[in-house]
Design a protein around this ligand. Sequence first.
Ligand SMILES: Cc1cc2nc3c(=O)[nH]c(=O)nc-3n(C[C@H](O)[C@H](O)[C@H](O)COP(=O)(O)OP(=O)(O)OC[C@H]3O[C@@H](n4cnc5c(N)ncnc54)[C@H](O)[C@@H]3O)c2cc1C
Length: 392
Amino acid sequence: MMTHSDPSNSFIRNEREAKIAARADQLAAIFAERAPKHDLDGTFPFENFNELRETGYLALTVPKQYGGEEASIYELVLSQERLARGDGSTALAVGWHIGLLKQLHLSGACPEPLFSELCHEVVNDGLVMNELASERATGSPTRGGKPQTKAVKVDGGWLISGQKSFCTLSPILKKFIISATMSDTDTVGSFLVEAGEGVEIIETWNTIGMRSTGSHDIVMNEVFVPDRHLIRGRASDQLRKPVPTDGNMLHIPACYLGIAHGARDFAIDFAAKHQPNSLQTPIAELPNIKRLIGEIELDLTTARTYLYHTADRWDKEVDNRAELKIELGVAKHVATNAALRVVDHAMRIVGGLSLSRAFPLERMYRDVRAGLHNPPMDDIVITNLANRALGK
Ligand SMILES: Cc1cc2nc3c(=O)[nH]c(=O)nc-3n(C[C@H](O)[C@H](O)[C@H](O)COP(=O)(O)OP(=O)(O)OC[C@H]3O[C@@H](n4cnc5c(N)ncnc54)[C@H](O)[C@@H]3O)c2cc1C
């Protein structure tokens, strides 16, 4: 009987992290059962979000003073990586929510008492949030395009009109933050919008990967937003020193690495059991299969080490966070590209059966593709590295 070891367990450093990891593992096991059906139908996993709510997962990054767990970035990465082993779509979707709460906490952009109200809604009512910045005309907001969504100043607030694309979590978003060009200053601000009159979901999300993230379009037609829901864009913002918050974006590489780890587990289990009658041993004993397993371990070990090391540095080096931006990008580049290779190698191990819809590998293969199109994009990471080397 072969025993498998999991080197990722060594990234759990204390009892609190062990609890965070155990909850994510339990949820991942449940979500893995449901993932094939949601993937096939392209449906949103509402029941997963009920469990994320019941287990307190939604409040992972809510500050302790508002009843949350106030997870560090390291803990966020640990939890998300393990959750994604069961279902990448659910992990990416909830990752935007917990990442946004962490970002709002660190940046202080969301004025009190609005931030505490939102946190209480997350803790008590299971509110799920997201930031919607992408539009068809701008492409990725990281490229600096100006939103076509407009915020027109009116008495006591703003009227928001426009269309956002890639709106992950759209089926359950009661409140979300959008970027818009402001009519009075022609600058870009962000606003907290509530679902309801004037807000419509257009079901555009029909993709090959991450099919259950509910990333449809959202159209806003003259939606009134009170002044107090302006998150960024006040004249006083110009005077404040910006606080780096990008550590939250490590939920992205954590998710894709988690999907890859799920593929690794499946392939190793398969290799340990599968024994065609031409062989005296399971295929795991064959040199060609061992080589593929070893290459998977190499990719996972290097990507995971860099990811967790970066998360830990980000938590600890508070005054150095602006400098760590490039490292965050490297962690994302390394993890998402490693994830593509790992799933590919896992499928080569399993062989023709890896193509079967009865197994999770073909879903994982499609899901990891999406990592390339989440920020920061590969070319930006590489350019930043080159510029740093050139002293720019
Ligand atoms: C599963 C998933 C979930 C997502 N969820 C969200 C969400 O919740 N909220 C949200 O706001 N967004 C979300 N997004 C959108 C994401 O952040 C990007 O905006 C989106 O994927 C479009 O990025 P793009 O690079 O394809 O677009 P584009 O910017 O249009 O790029 C298209 C192509 O042109 C190239 N290109 C464009 N501009 C430049 C440039 N200046 N220099 C060099 N090359 C360039 C790109 O590299 C790419 O090859 C999600 C995306 C995915 C895949």
